[in-house]
Design a binder for this molecule. Sequence first.
Ligand SMILES: [Zn+2]
Length: 169
Amino acid sequence: MQNDPLDVRCSECGKAAQFFEPFRFTCVVRLPEVPENSHVWGRVVVEELFPEQFSWEQPDCDKPKFLQPGETGVGYRLNERGMVWCKACKTFEASTISWPEDAFWKLNVKGHELVARNREHAEQILGFLQETQRAPNRKPALRGIPTALLTRRLQQEVSNKLERALATA
Ligand SMILES: [Zn+2]
């Protein structure tokens, strides 16, 4: 249910900043007791992690539903409103982000866009690109790589660009 933190481009200094969801969602069966000051949304317990900036408002549906960027409908929209922390310029503030437009790990090769959620994900993608014998079934985290970028023709260029980005960020 929980997403790992996203790296976005800091609007102040342009370096990599971390985006945090303002709420923690836990399935009710996983908690021995419902923590104080939390909310219950169907089978999900919602904790406010930054109560001064974000208070919980239940979406207009009784059954918990989480929307990823680009998905429409009623539910809680992930990767949109939250806290952004930039280690480089010491900014920590409530922000609204656009994903994947604001992604820090983003590169374009011959019109094909590659987006990684964060540094670990970028490293994982690089490792995959550099494998000589790729497993035929991609792990879920690697399914978003445009197929064109995996061709012999482009793979080297993508891998070089990604390697350079990882070394200089
Ligand atoms: Zn910054």
